[in-house]
Design a protein around this ligand. Structure first.
Ligand code: MD3
Ligand code: FE
Length: 203
């Protein structure tokens, strides 16, 4: 089912569920090469979400700020290539949502454990805001906070489940958003975790 949640933003419930097993296997391959790590915000706070990346560019944060890099600062090596199954799923989801020819060059992998959260923020480290962002959720359910163009806009709360895919573009591309602290639970494929893939055009 296709649910319009704001101008330019579409929720595709269970769109990726049928590919969850191969996609989780591909995530496992990526993180043997670029292990999940807790990064630090420019203000010195340790993020409760653990992250890794694949694709030409990866998103990182440290004392110097937020940015995209071609190499993993932990290993000094290029980020692992983006698995075809991620690229193809993202392209199909974007197409369903009305964005043709989405070609992501960056995939951020977010791992939430019970209590992990993501504070309200905007995604504005990309060069071109005309490309959409595609986000896919696996494992435990989460509550997504979807605000407006100002931090003070009261957010909607949207439950996200296993296999759900969100596509963001147009007017909602720069809206504030976040994830409330993950509740504990057990999922057959991921155990006590939620995994989110966020595919972007960084450059
Ligand atoms: C709305 N991740 O990595 S994905 C992020 O579930 C991030 O891990 C969350 O926010 C997560 O930056 C939310 C959904 C999402 C991603 C990008 C957006 C929503 C968005 C960009 C603009 C507006
Ligand atoms: Fe974000």
């Amino acid at each position: 089912t296709r649910i319009a949640i704001a101008p330019g933003a579409v929720l595709l419930r269970k769109f990726a569920e049928h590919m969850a097993t191969p996609m989780l296997a591909a995530i496992g391959q990526v993180i043997t090469q670029a292990p999940m790590r807790h990064m630090y915000t420019p203000g010195g706070r340790r993020m409760s979400v653990a992250m890794s990346n694949c694709g030409t560019y990866g998103w990182v944060t440290d004392q110097r700020g937020y940015r995209y890099t071609r190499t993993d600062p932990v290993s000094g090596k290029a980020w692992p290539p983006m698995p075809d199954v991620f690229r193809e799923m993202a392209r199909k989801a974007a197409e369903q949502a009305g964005y043709s020819d989405f070609n992501p060059d960056a995939c951020l992998i977010n791992r939430y454990m019970p209590g992990s959260r993501m504070a309200l923020h905007q995604d504005k480290d990309e060069h071109d805001f005309s490309a959409p962002i595609v986000s896919m959720s696996f494992g435990l359910d989460a509550t997504f906070l979807f605000g407006g163009p100002r931090r003070t806009d009261r957010p909607q709360r949207i439950p996200l489940g296993h296999g759900d895919v969100l596509v963001w573009g147009g007017p909602s591309r720069l809206h504030y958003h976040g994830i409330t602290p993950l509740a504990s639970g057990n999922h057959a494929l991921t155990g006590d975790r939620r995994i989110n893939l966020t595919l972007r055009r960084a450059r």
